[in-house]
Design a protein around this ligand. Structure first.
Ligand code: ADP
Ligand code: ASP
Ligand code: MG
Length: 435
């Protein structure tokens, strides 16, 4: 069997859903597990619902009604008025309505997961119904019956020992009946049957979980780009498609923040040598990118830009040296607040870290260490990582930027920069490395 994953962009409207169906049509006779995300920007919209509910500002209901209308509008283009899918989708939205009728929970992350999961539940119901309507037999599967997690809401940790047997028990019999199995990305369930989510953009990871547990022959993620490129095409003009990537290279890229694949996706596939294809849903015949094996090829410079970074310069209150016990304390606090350190540097009297700007967490961190440390904070920075760099590329990248700090380790260069003129798209020579 094979696993396919279709992200939000691939099912953003009725025409997009029809396009996905036309891709699946070609695989009619194959044993396929199809994982889908919420439609378009639904997850962002649901996050706004959760925030409004938490604030009790009276806007939550209106926001969810708008989202319902959007889904019903799309469904009217795909189904006849009397189709039972309208009732099915309505029932799912009603579950979110129940949560909104209650007082907001003190546990924001728990409440978030109970509401945000609706995006994937409804998208999967709509796509399943459409495939069945056009004669592609498809079984709907609740991913929460398979993906078992702990209760770290919004970032559920997968319990593989439970998930593996669940997958075999629930998915295999459906595949044996013939037809596709279609399920949700992004969501799982605790041992008490509360819904969890796996972290934003987590549907790629869900597909990898199914691939791993079912020993799939390959996994394909269908994107709005021709494959994995050597930089984000939204930021760079002359990107190159990478035909092949090793697992190792893909892990490095996604770890540094390349948004094209969720960082947790590759490892389970690598462990079982399952190839990952990244293909375009706009041009399904094109070969895309194959991520497999660990033999390193020569790569062109690969650039990853992470925006919205903050630099914290930390100095002891008594101007003493920043020593090991200080660093141990700082990291304990960072870990407790789940602040991820992207880069660090220490001098005799200061310790600097570059972290994603999550204001609530950073403020808590600064306050929490104020008994021992003073912090100078600089927001609005970018972290640029270049794998397989050459001097030309690096010099071009630096044009117009103020480099605050830079580090080179073997073939990886990282720099924290201030993008002063706010260059949106960059024309940097992204040539293939010679050699
Ligand atoms: P999905 O719909 O599956 O969630 P995403 O929007 O998360 O898809 O990912 C696809 C987007 O990732 C592309 O539209 C592209 O702008 C962006 N992207 C960032 N870095 C890269 C890269 N190195 N190669 C290809 N796409 C990239
Ligand atoms: N719908 C979720 C999100 O937007 C998961 C995903 O799309 O991968 O984050
Ligand atoms: Mg995505």
């Amino acid at each position: 069997m094979k696993v396919f994953k279709f992200g939000g962009a691939s099912i953003k409207d009725a025409a997009a859903v029809k396009n996905v169906a036309s891709i699946l049509e070609r695989y009619r006779s194959e044993s396929l597990v199809v994982v889908v995300s919420a439609m378009g920007k639904t997850t962002n919209a649901l996050e706004a619902v959760v925030a409004a509910h938490a604030k009790q500002n009276g806007q939550a209901q209106g926001l969810i009604e708008a989202l319902k209308d959007q889904h019903y509008g799309l469904m009217q283009e795909l189904f006849d008025a009397g189709d039972e899918v309208f009732a099915t989708v309505n029932d799912t939205f009603v579950e979110a309505d129940w949560v909104l009728e209650e007082k907001p929970s003190d546990n924001y992350d728990y409440m978030y997961d109970q509401i945000v999961c609706v995006g994937e539940l409804v998208s999967s119901k709509i796509v399943t119904a459409y495939l069945n309507k056009i004669g592609l037999r498809t079984h709907w599967l609740d991913a929460r019956d398979v993906v078992a997690t702990d209760n770290t809401y919004r970032e559920g940790w997968v319990n593989w020992e439970k998930t593996k047997p669940n997958a075999l028990k629930t998915v295999q019999p459906l595949l044996d009946q013939g037809g596709f199995v279609l399920t949700q990305g992004f969501i799982g369930s605790t041992s008490e049957n509360f819904t969890t989510t796996l972290g934003r953009e987590g549907s790629d990871y869900s597909a990898a979980i199914f691939s791993f547990c079912l020993d799939s022959e390959s996994m394909t993620i269908w994107k709005d780009v021709p494959g994995v490129l050597n930089a984000d095409p939204r930021l760079f003009e002359n990107t190159i498609k990478l035909d092949r990537l090793s697992y190792r290279e893909a892990i490095e890229m996604t770890y540094y923040g390349a948004q094209v694949i969720h960082p947790k996706t590759i490892k389970p596939l690598q462990n079982k040598s399952i190839p990952l294809f990244v293909k375009s849903f706009l041009n399904p015949e094109a070969p895309g990118t194959e991520i497999s094996s660990d033999t390193e090829d020569t790569y062109p410079p690969i650039i990853v830009v992470e925006k919205n970074q903050t630099l914290l310069h930390i100095i002891t209150n008594d101007y003493s040296f920043v020593a090991e016990q200080h660093i141990a304390r700082l990291f304990a606090d960072l870990a407790a607040l789940r602040i991820f350190v992207n880069m660090m540097q220490n001098t005799a009297i200061s310790f600097s870290i570059c972290v994603p700007n999550v204001p609530e967490r950073i403020e808590k961190f600064i306050k929490g260490i104020s008994d021992e440390f003073r912090v100078k904070r600089e927001d609005g920075l970018e972290l640029i990582t270049v794998r397989h760099y050459n001097e030309d590329t690096v010099n071009n990248l630096k044009k117009g930027m103020i480099v605050l700090f830079e580090e080179r380790i073997r073939n990886t260069l990282q720099m924290v920069v201030k993008n002063v003129p706010a260059i949106e798209r960059r024309a940097v020579e992204l040539e293939r490395a010679k050699g």
